[in-house]
Design a protein around this ligand. Structure first.
Ligand code: PBG
Length: 325
């Protein structure tokens, strides 16, 4: 059947019809909201390169968690800014570290909220790399020992899901082993399985004060040109025991989101990263784009590409807009 019998415009005639045949539904339950937690009291300081995103102290988290829950967003992922940095990133696995405190504060305020943690070393180390540095190299296997201590301390503090993001080989297996040995077999792993060495992380590195102090991350994060390698990364993490996979960043990598979705059965997350956020905010502030429409279109695109879950700094605004309909 072809034109004139077939007219695809028929089902676009009214907004009700369009709603009925819509293939992708965006919902606040798709979102995971990133939070940046800092030491101090009464801190709620806007991050200059990420308007609308704040550094929050522990005492500000109750109010924040309440407002996130009210919007129907089920989960947060925590990033911590430590008081001191050192070569191994000691605060990362300290019982009273900033993230450990934040986990407890959020669980106190909102016991039902899923609390995820980013498991990486770059915010905590003085060299700003995601692993132990020896003779200018980022060494893999010694880093795994540290990551094991980090996830155990996050689990002890009450985290539900840990998200290793350092792109070390074997990180998922090491973490699963450490959790199981400490009787945390019900803590899930959301692996940043496919994480590219991306310039879209720029604003985040300001926010988390985590830029590498020498060199770059190309010896551990993936080359943006590679797609088959993404499937190898994901497959290894599946085999090592990941519960969920992530592709990061999202927008320049929607083909990767689709390929990972089509190849693996695990729940899939995509990280709509800081640079993607800040570009929208900057253009919106100039009046060049309609922020609300651009954000909802973007997030719908990420979901249509195959993501079940979206980590996004737009989560609160988007949830509000979706509620307003
Ligand atoms: C830590 C980490 C980074 C991001 C999430 N976890 C930065 C990096 O790898 O340099 C980036 C998030 C964003 O840009 O929003 N390894």
């Amino acid at each position: 059947m072809t034109f004139p019998a077939t007219r695809l415009r028929r089902l676009r005639t009214t907004s009700t019809l369009r709603r009925m045949v819509r293939e992708t539904q965006l919902s606040p339950t798709d979102f995971i909201y990133p939070l940046f937690v800092v030491h101090g009291r009464d801190v709620r300081e806007e991050i200059p390169s990420m308007p609308g995103v704040f550094h929050l102290s522990i005492d500000s988290l109750k109010q924040e968690a309440d407002s996130i829950a009210k919007l129907g967003i089920p989960a947060v992922i925590l990033f911590g800014l430590p008081a001191h940095k050192d070569p191994v990133g000691s605060e990362n696995f300290a019982g009273d570290g900033i993230v450990q405190q934040a986990i407890k504060a959020i669980k106190d305020a909102q016991p039902e909220m899923v609390v995820m943690t980013d498991v990486c070393m770059c915010e905590y180390t003085d060299h700003g790399h995601c692993g132990i540095v020896r003779d200018g190299q980022i060494v893999n296997d010694e880093t795994l020992d540290i990551l094991q201590q980090v996830v155990t301390s996050h689990a002890e503090a009450g985290a539900d899901v840990v998200g290793p993001s350092g792109m070390m080989d074997g990180m998922v297996k090491a973490i699963r082993t450490a959790l199981d040995e400490s009787n945390f077999e019900n803590i899930s792993i959301l692996s940043y399985a496919v994480k590219y060495a991306s310039s879209f992380y720029g604003p985040f590195r300001d926010a988390a004060q985590s830029p590498p102090q020498f060199g770059d991350r190309h010896s551990y994060q993936m080359d943006p040109a590679n797609a088959r390698e993404a499937l190898r990364e994901a497959r290894l993490d599946v085999d090592e025991g990941a519960d969920m996979l992530m592709v990061k960043p999202a927008l320049a990598y929607l083909d990767i989101v689709r390929r990972v979705r089509d190849t693996f059965e695990l729940p899939l997350a995509a990280y709509n990263v800081s640079g993607e956020y800040s570009m929208v905010k900057a253009a919106a502030a100039k009046g060049w784009i309609d922020e609300r429409k651009i954000v909802l279109e973007t997030l719908t695109g990420i979901k249509r590409a195959g993501a079940d879950l979206i980590l996004t700094y737009h989560a609160k605004d988007a949830a509000q807009w979706l509620m307003e309909g």
